[in-house]
Design a binder for this molecule. Structure first.
Ligand SMILES: Nc1nc2c(ncn2[C@@H]2O[C@H](COP(=O)(O)OP(=O)(O)OP(=O)(O)O)[C@@H](O)[C@H]2O)c(=O)[nH]1
Ligand SMILES: [Mg+2]
Length: 712
């Protein structure tokens, strides 16, 4: 059976906004208004179509993006409800990737919030046509004008009022629409409003706002500008066409009014989405990675992009995708451009939260789901044989916080590894690293809530109890002065004997340092170490004191000791080693003897060379409202942080600091509490810097203690 809606009658909207701004409640209204559900659920009663996941119901907020669809006046509207908490940014980005219009909800009682600004940055990247919806106008502390002003301050003069409320707070029930020049009057139960003429006492305000709207539209279209100059007015249809064009060019952001809990305003919003917001074939064509244009044409070659995968218990892997070209039919076979594998589309579904509605085909521009693809992942492009389209991937942000993870029960390591693999499949913002250096499995994630979700999934879906901890720090060791040492390794008691004696000098290495003084350089090797820094190894043996064939063994010994530094067992870097003398035994000297002599001589010399532990220092950038800068700086300084500067970024202050990674573990939750979630941060590795004498002593003590316990 052919698709119910053609490409021009499918609209893909993503609901965006700070946590708690009312996205899930609005989605519920849109389904209810269209009769897809016969009762509006609420977040409080855990009865919405959107927040069906047990964890969401437990927490009272969305965690995963949800695909739902509604049908309104001959159009199909795909609704992508997204979570507002920044920890779940991956869900927002993947939904934004496939949407053609974003609806940014503003909480009229709070105005523009940090989440609004964060998400706005992402919409700018995608250049998504955007609508603003000022929600919660029934809230006693709603302030529409302040919210609009903040929106204009934060997002510019392109924010254009299309509706304003005649009342706010408990009395809110009328909306003045200056595009239609109509007043919508709602009954207490919300839903379908009466359409009335604009009352006289609102006429002037409505006319002014209408004029602003018309001029904004005309300003973005020469032909309309001429008509406007000519007639001093534009017809509603001309306004709609002009608005659509301006939205596609990210030149106008129409602003609407809502009370999602009272279901006031959702119908008009859907009407605007139908008549004005672009369908996928009205958007600029997708550019493949090769730079070709891929027009959104139902008769074009079949091509889909997978933006999300989830694993449903008792169902299997579900892949969510958008059809970017052609028409997808059940039974179709497609090629996965990323790995060349063939995938059969056995089933196709429209989604309504967790409800799957089977269909036979999906047309270009539509969004749907399928089950049990064999080898397809997020960001994969699947297309008809004979084509080689690859669509640009979603760029997920790097992580903010890292935890080490281990199973509570010994022997469940493999089960945990499989669970983590599955989690990573579903959530590309969760990065799993098995660190050879730290001998820990690390979970890099977006924040504590993100971690809590991972824990819930591992324990409830994969049945592996886990514990999280603070990861070890990847310290480094180096030396600050030159030292010499020698070591004789001798073992001549029963069996093959061992003998090797090495004299070496070690020096702190720096680029451009002069050749070793007082030694005959016979050979030199320079190594860029995997863990950063260098080792420069000199053969300064004279008179054949040690045969050159043993030098690689000495080097091996030195390298082995640099793997587990003498002070704290951390990697050693930036050392020059000169082997300048030694002794051999004609029979007992062999590789192992000189390797051991190399290890021990290096260890002794290292201890004498004023060794220094280095710690990783990260650059931390915190975006926060101005009034919180002091609190943020205080917190960073309490972590041995050095504040390097404060910049302005948009409406935020950006505090830049250099902070030891060892002090940053709980910064994410601390920042959330000192700023009530009104700040965000990112951090990146900067450099290795010496630790204080006190800390070095403590680290060396801990290392020696654990070494003793290990042999005990
Ligand atoms: N007064 C009032 N409350 C609302 C309105 N819309 C939503 N709420 C309430 O605001 C809270 C958050 O609503 P949600 O729909 O979960 O908000 P959300 O944007 O989906 O939140 P996240 O999923 O956390 O991003 C709930 O308690 C809703 O009942 C509204 O128009 N007026
Ligand atoms: Mg929600």
């Amino acid at each position: 059976m052919a698709a119910e809606f053609d490409t021009s009658h499918v609209k893909n909207v993503v609901l965006l906004g700070h946590a708690g701004s009312g996205k899930t409640t609005l989605a519920e209204c849109m389904l209810y208004e269209a009769g897809l559900i016969n009762r509006r659920g609420t977040v409080e009663e855990n009865s919405t179509v959107g927040d069906y996941h047990p964890l969401e119901q437990e927490r009272g907020n969305s965690i995963f993006s949800k695909l739902m669809h509604t049908k309104w006046r001959g159009y199909k509207i795909n609704i992508l409800d997204t979570p507002g908490y920044d920890d779940f940014v991956g869900e927002v980005l993947s939904a934004l990737r496939v949407a053609d219009t974003g609806v940014m909800l503003l909480n009229a009682a709070m105005g523009v919030e940090v989440g609004t600004d964060i998400i706005w940055e992402y919409t700018e990247k995608f250049k998504t046509p955007m609508i603003f919806a000022v929600n919660k106008l029934d809230d006693d502390s709603a302030d529409f004008d302040k919210t609009v002003q903040q929106a204009k301050d934060h997002f510019g003069s392109k924010v254009t009022v299309v509706q304003y409320p005649r009342q706010q707070g408990a009395g809110f029930h009328e909306i003045i629409d200056v595009l239609r020049m109509t007043m919508y009057k709602f009954h207490d139960s919300g839903g379908k409003p009466e359409k009335l003429a604009i009352p006289d006492d609102e006429r002037e305000k409505a006319d002014n706002l209408h004029k602003e709207l018309v001029e904004a539209v005309a300003a973005n279209d020469e032909a309309l500008m001429e008509k406007y100059f000519d007639k001093g007015e534009l017809e509603e249809d001309e306004l709609k066409e002009g608005l659509k064009k301006a939205m596609i060019h990210h030149d106008i952001f129409p602003l609407f009014c809502l009370s999602a809990t009272r279901n006031m305003g959702s119908g008009r919003l859907m009407g605007f989405i139908d008549n004005v917001c672009p369908s996928a074939n009205e958007m600029p064509p997708q550019k493949t990675r090769k730079g070709e244009d891929l027009p959104c044409d139902a008769d074009g070659p079949a091509c889909i992009f997978v933006y999300k995968t989830i694993s449903e218990p008792h169902v299997g892997d579900m892949s969510f995708f958008k059809v970017y070209s052609g028409t997808i039919k059940t039974g179709m076979e497609l090629v996965n451009e990323s790995n060349g594998s063939f995938e059969k589309i056995n089933q196709l579904f429209l989604m309504e939260g967790n409800k799957r509605l089977p269909v036979q085909e999906l047309t270009a521009g539509d969004i749907g789901a399928t089950l049990k693809l064999r080898n397809t992942h997020v960001n994969n492009t699947l297309h008809v044989k004979g084509k080689n389209y690859e669509l640009p991937p979603i760029e997920f942000p790097s992580s903010n916080v890292t935890y080490c993870i281990e199973p509570v029960n010994k022997g469940e390591e493999e089960k945990l590894a499989q669970a983590l693999h599955q989690l990573r499949e579903e959530d590309p913002t969760l990065v799993v690293e098995v660190s050879k250096e730290l001998k820990q499995t690390l979970l890099h994630c977006q924040g504590d809530m993100h971690l809590a979700v991972a824990k819930w999934k591992i324990e409830n879906l994969h049945k592996v109890p886990v514990k999280f901890g603070k990861p070890r720090i990847a310290y480094r060791e180096t030396i600050r002065k030159t030292a010499e040492a020698n070591y004789r390794h001798k073992k001549q008691s029963g069996g093959a004997g061992q003998f090797g004696e090495v004299y070496m000098r070690i020096e702190p290495f720096y680029e451009g340092m002069p050749e070793p003084v007082g030694l005959n350089v016979r050979g030199r090797d320079s190594f860029d170490l995997d863990w950063g820094g260098k080792l420069v190894f000199y053969n300064c043996i004279v008179g054949g004191a040690i045969d050159v064939r043993f030098l690689p063994s000495i080097l091996k010994g030195v390298m082995e000791k640099m793997h587990e530094g003498p002070l704290t067992g951390s990697y050693v870097r930036d050392v020059r080693v000169c082997v300048y003398d030694g002794k051999m035994h004609p029979v007992d000297s062999n590789d192992i003897s000189f390797k051991i002599a190399g290890i021990m001589a290096f260890k002794d010399a290292f201890q004498k060379a004023d060794p220094q532990v280095l710690e990783p220092i990260h650059t931390v950038e915190v975006l926060c409202p101005e009034e919180l800068t002091g609190a943020v700086m205080g917190d960073l300084q309490s972590r041995r942080g050095m504040v390097e500067g404060i910049d302005t970024e948009g409406h935020f202050q950006k505090v830049i600091a250099k902070v030891p990674l060892a002090e940053m573990h709980d910064f994410c939750s601390s920042l959330r509490s000192i700023t009530q979630g009104r700040a965000k941060f990112k951090m990146s590795f900067d450099s290795y810097q010496p630790v204080s004498y006190e800390l070095q002593r403590k680290l060396a003590e801990e290392y020696n203690k654990s070494a003793e316990e290990a042999v005990a």
